[in-house]
Design a protein. Structure first.
Length: 82
């Protein structure tokens, strides 16, 4: 795996919190920042993925499917309302 350096300027209070959290987690500050960036990227990509899927969705077709769900079938144990 290729690694690269990146100068990161953090506000002193933020850096202190990062150091405390890294120590509490038993990891290096660098590793904590790497994981935090990876988690943020994952969240943003997931949001983008669902936005793209929603744009392709067909709401009238989905409503037609839901309208016929369970038609002609009797309720089974566990279908009760709480």
């Amino acid at each position: 795996m290729k690694k690269s350096n990146f100068a990161l300027r953090l506000q002193p209070a933020l850096l202190e919190e990062v150091r405390k959290l890294a120590k509490a987690e038993g990891v290096a500050v660098n590793q904590l920042i790497n994981v935090a960036v990876a988690e943020k990227l994952s969240a943003l990509r997931t949001e983008q993925y669902f936005a793209e899927r929603a744009a392709r969705g067909d709401l009238p077709a989905a409503r037609r499917i839901l309208a016929r769900a369970g038609v002609g079938q009797r309720p089974v144990p566990g279908d009760e309302m709480p």
